[in-house]
Design a protein around this ligand. Structure first.
Ligand SMILES: O=C(O)[C@H](O)COP(=O)(O)O
Length: 316
């Protein structure tokens, strides 16, 4: 019997067609499968290619006794219980780097949106208004930017904004130095939060980073400061963020990720006019989805046809 593959969270169209043509595999005919339908398919599934919408937890693994591999078509594997997968002999792989440029560009887009309040300008123009007086923004040029997490994505952000000649401070337990001009490592997050004009988060969600951006840190921020999170929900204390923005203690925040996704319709965050939000679309570009798709297809082939495992992810 051919390995049965399901791709529940969406996939690049042309690559999905290519995957379906692979005579070594049996691929479920659609690349978008509801979580309810997925449950009915799981008993037969040998390989899953997921994004962040599917959570691989005890419940899923219980329903999928024949699962051999989960490929995360993306970067973060915090939606996969890797310890349990290892215990059950289920391999886990991701597509490192493939969507990082898009994630970094989304952070920069949120930065610019916060600085110029572009969503408000657009909304009010479409309402037939001319809110010029309410739209005095701030420049990015020569601002002090704090990058929390200086891995691949954090470094791309630093490179992309380098044309704005910022002074960059970065916090990262692993990265020691940067080759970029005007960029220096700091070892105390307090320095970043108390001195930077813009702080942008780029760490994975790990036990060490969960809740790392506490109310105490947020309250150190300058009155005109901007906070960006296009990394993961759960890193920033959302309750503290809500109070900070409601009391106008900082200028604006731009968030692409939330502790609970999709963001619940009754979330208090929705009422904040100084929070610019997007629905976890950092990696949602045609280019990034093509690159992650290519890598995922390659890995499925390698695993089931050539018995190779590329980009294995271990850990919790
Ligand atoms: O971790 C990632 O790769 C990004 O957050 C993108 O997630 P997505 O593939 O679910 O959009």
């Amino acid at each position: 019997m051919k390995p049965f593959i399901v791709v529940p969270d969406g996939f690049d169209k042309s690559l999905f067609e290519e995957l379906k043509k692979n005579s070594n595999l049996e691929v479920h005919p659609t690349s978008k499968v509801s979580q309810d339908e997925l449950k009915t398919l799981l008993p037969k599934v040998n390989g899953l290619i997921i994004r962040s919408a599917t959570t691989v937890n005890a419940e899923l693994l219980e329903l999928a006794p024949n699962l051999k591999i989960v490929i995360r078509a993306g970067e973060g594997t915090d939606n996969i219980d890797k310890t349990l997968c290892a215990a059950k002999g289920v391999k886990v792989a991701n597509t490192p780097g493939a969507n990082n440029n898009s994630a970094a560009e989304q952070a920069v887009a949120l930065m610019m949106s916060c600085l110029r309040n572009t969503p408000f300008a657009n909304k009010t123009m479409h309402e037939g208004k001319w809110e010029k007086n309410a739209l005095t923004g701030l420049e990015l040029w020569k601002k002090k930017v704090g990058i929390v997490g200086f891995g691949r994505i954090g470094q791309i952000v630093a490179k992309r904004i380098s044309g704005f000649e910022p002074e960059v401070l970065f916090f990262d337990p692993v990265m020691e130095k940067s080759d970029l001009a005007n960029t220096r490592k700091v070892t105390d997050l307090k320095e970043i939060f108390s001195t930077c004009d813009i702080v942008t988060i780029h760490t994975p969600l790990l036990p060490q980073t969960k809740g790392m951006v506490t109310g105490e840190l947020l309250n150190l921020m300058k009155k005109d400061a901007i906070l960006i999170n296009a990394a993961r929900g759960g890193i920033v204390d959302e309750e503290a963020l809500y109070t900070l923005l409601k009391d106008k203690k900082i200028r604006c925040a731009g968030f692409d990720v939330f502790a609970t996704e999709p963001l619940p319709a009754d979330s208090k965050l929705i009422e904040l006019d100084n929070l610019i939000m997007s629905p976890h679309v950092g990696a949602s570009t045609e280019e990034a989805q093509f690159r992650v798709g290519e890598m995922a297809v390659h890995q499925i082939n390698e695993f089931f046809v050539n018995n190779n495992l590329l980009n294995e992810v271990k850990g919790k």
